[in-house]
Design a binder for this molecule. Structure first.
Ligand code: CTP
Ligand code: MG
Length: 260
């Protein structure tokens, strides 16, 4: 029996899993009038694609969606009227950064779930099998689990802006410091899965960064790493690509055709 399982209060017979679906961003780089999570892919808003796949995994007990302020009623209607969204859904106004939005989701949710999954509506095609893989690893005792894929590009570290010479700046070149060994690099996706108590502690400790986009954590696992607690990677999935630009949205359309 894994040590986590020996705690009869938190890991009794019933282990429940909450998914926080982040959808409060504006989608500036996508450049639509609508918030990104409400932009449609194959006739369906991105957040519905994501919520359907969370539900189809069969391992999620309820969903809290972080929404742009004012969009709550519309998002609640969308989710409650979708027959493929089979678990209870709550909405909460997000914050100014992704980190602040996740914190708002955690604050809304009662503390009775054992596992929390954090997933971006911007990754609408993350498949149910990926959701199950992440949750299974958390339930096996890994308290912080992220899906990741090997990196295919060669990655170079460049000098910081202060280290550029005047000539470099004029010519628009950056000196290379180092080529990173990509064998050990992973491009990390969502859903990310956590022991509930650990994620609460990580967000509490990182709270001072949450308001400022330049300081805020871009994923939740970084806050756990900041605590000095272990984070583990499970294999990611090509379908879990993030939609940032208009081209990403067209690419996701192609993936959907391929997948069906
Ligand atoms: N997100 C959020 N609250 C914020 C910012 C982002 O819930 N204040 C969510 C987004 O809705 C998205 C995910 O976090 O699902 C990843 O963010 P990103 O891809 O950066 O989306 P946007 O912030 O909407 O896009 P952009 O940065 O181009 O404006
Ligand atoms: Mg953003």
């Amino acid at each position: 029996v894994h040590p986590l399982r020996q705690d009869p209060v938190r890991y009794g017979d019933v282990v429940t899993t909450l998914a926080i679906l982040t959808a409060a961003g504006s989608g500036t780089r996508l450049g639509h009038d609508l918030p990104k999570a409400l932009v449609e892919l194959d006739g369906l808003p991105l957040l519905l694609h994501a919520a359907r796949r969370l539900c189809a995994s069969g391992v999620i007990d309820r969903i809290v969606v972080t929404v742009p302020s004012g969009a709550g009623p519309r998002v609640r209607d969308l989710l409650q009227n979708d027959p493929a969204v089979t678990v209870p859904v709550e909405v909460v106004d997000g914050g100014g950064t992704r980190q602040a939005s996740v914190a708002a989701g955690l604050a809304l949710a009662a503390h009775d779930d054992d596992v929390v999954l954090v997933h971006d509506a911007a990754r609408p095609l993350a498949p149910p099998a990926l959701v199950r893989r992440v949750v299974a690893a958390v339930r096996a005792g890994y308290r912080a689990v992220v899906p990741g894929l090997p990196v295919t590009d060669t990655i170079k570290l460049v000098a910081s802006a202060e280290q550029l010479s005047a000539a470099d700046a004029v010519h628009g070149v950056e000196p290379v410091t180092w080529t990173v060994d990509r064998t050990w690099l992973r491009a990390v996706q969502t859903p990310q899965g956590f022991d509930r108590a650990l994620l609460d502690r990580a967000h509490a400790a990182g709270e001072s960064r949450a308001a400022d986009e330049s300081l805020a954590a871009t994923d939740d696992a970084a806050l756990v790493e900041e605590l000095g607690e272990p984070v583990h990677v499970v294999p990611g999935d090509d379908l879990a690509v993030k939609i940032t630009t208009a081209r990403d949205l067209r690419f996701a359309g192609l993936l959907l055709l391929e997948d069906s």
